[in-house]
Design a protein around this ligand. Structure first.
Ligand code: PLP
Length: 359
């Protein structure tokens, strides 16, 4: 007999990205920033006063919250700091979706969404993306007809890197009857020339939440820091009711503040990643692996029909050779590989190994 709730007993749980056993492995499978955190973060860790750990941290991470709010030109009550973007998603699910109610998502996207819905015992409506990885025309209608209370759209999209413009997001928010969470985990890598900024939309739409993370842009996946931006009425129940009592530890608060203070450093890593992404995309295309333009720090490359190895085979062989990329054994993605943009040297190693595998 099991003591678990039925829905927990039935569910499988989230599958983490593979962690390399060998320290020399080139890890291009979980979209981390290939560059280290800012020197200011290292300095803040070095000077952190351990004696302050005796007492609880500031409960709502207000120092960091205020810095982030100032950076985005919003007020403190429009933002909550969370334990990674993943906690932000969990909070949205537990706050806005009743057990048994509908959660909506575009498919394919982040595989944690349906897992969180299962934990909440919510029902999931997955709406397939159109051929260009953008939401289908009837995306919102399908979700409204199903009565979805919350929907997640990842933008730039993962795993394709496709960016939905602000106008299109505004249209989704305007028409959707529930809370629309736009997961901007990779937004830092968007070309600044596109002037892509959804923050002002959160003033216009009281049902729009934006998710951000320090994991990718700020090279701090190991720290677990993220945040949500939205109308005060959406943020308030998360801050006062559903988050853990002290969800951000004191070290994360201090290092997060240091990272935001050193945003220029992070922005330089984003520029470098964008440059290397284009070089890698062209290098892959020369080997026959076409990847659509990406506004993120990864590429979704198709292994051409007739290659000596299919995508699963390429993934397995690369792993043998010490390079991890992401293979999804699911319809529409099973002939492709999602490849995180690494350093120039890592990308070159990848291209060299691919050349020897596919020639
Ligand atoms: C689309 C997407 N959203 C959110 C996250 C959560 O990131 P984190 O919990 O590390 O902030 C990830 C992590 O890979 C992601 O790919």
């Amino acid at each position: 007999m099991s003591y678990e709730r039925d829905n927990i007993h039935r569910m499988a749980g989230y599958t983490w990205g593979e962690q390399p056993r060998n320290p020399g492995t080139i890890k291009l499978n979980t979209n981390e920033n290939p560059y280290p955190p800012a020197p200011a973060v290292k300095a803040a860790l070095g000077s952190f006063d351990v004696s302050t750990l005796r007492t609880y941290p500031q409960p709502t991470a207000d120092g960091l919250r205020d810095r982030l709010a100032a950076m985005h030109g919003i007020a403190r009550d429009q933002l909550i700091v969370t334990h990674g973007g993943d906690e932000a998603l969990r909070l949205a699910m537990t706050t806005f979706v009743d057990p048994g109610a509908i959660f909506g998502m575009a498919e394919p996207s982040y595989s944690l969404y349906p897992v969180l819905a299962e934990i909440q015992d919510a029902r999931v409506v997955k709406v397939p993306l159109a051929g260009d990885w953008l939401p289908a025309k009837d995306f919102v209608d399908i979700l409204n007809d199903a009565g979805a209370r919350l929907a997640c759209v990842v933008n730039p999209h993962a795993p394709s890197g496709m960016l939905l413009e602000a106008d299109a997001i505004a249209d989704l928010a305007r028409r959707f009857h529930g809370v629309l969470l736009v997961d901007e985990a990779y937004v830092d890598f968007v070309d600044p020339a596109r002037n892509h900024d959804l923050v002002s939309l959160t003033r216009a739409f009281d049902n729009l939440l934006l998710l951000r993370t320090f994991s990718k842009g700020y090279s701090l996946a190991g720290l677990r820091l993220g945040y949500l931006i939205g109308a005060p009425a959406l943020i308030e129940p998360l801050v006062t009711k559903t988050r853990d009592s002290y969800n951000i530890d004191a070290i994360s608060q201090a290092l997060g503040e240091a990272a935001v203070g050193a945003r220029e450093y992070a922005a330089e890593t984003w520029r470098q990643v964008r440059e290397d992404r284009e070089r890698l995309r062209h290098g892959l295309a020369r080997l026959g692996l076409e990847a659509p333009h990406s506004e993120s720090n990864f590429l979704l490359a198709r292994v051409p029909v007739g290659s000596p190895l299919d995508a699963a085979g390429v993934y397995a062989e690369l792993k043998q050779r010490g390079i991890l990329v992401r293979y999804f054994a699911v319809p529409r993605l099973d002939d492709q590989l999602r490849i995180t943009v690494g350093t120039a040297e890592q990308n070159q190693r990848l291209l060299d190994e691919l050349r020897s595998l596919l020639s």
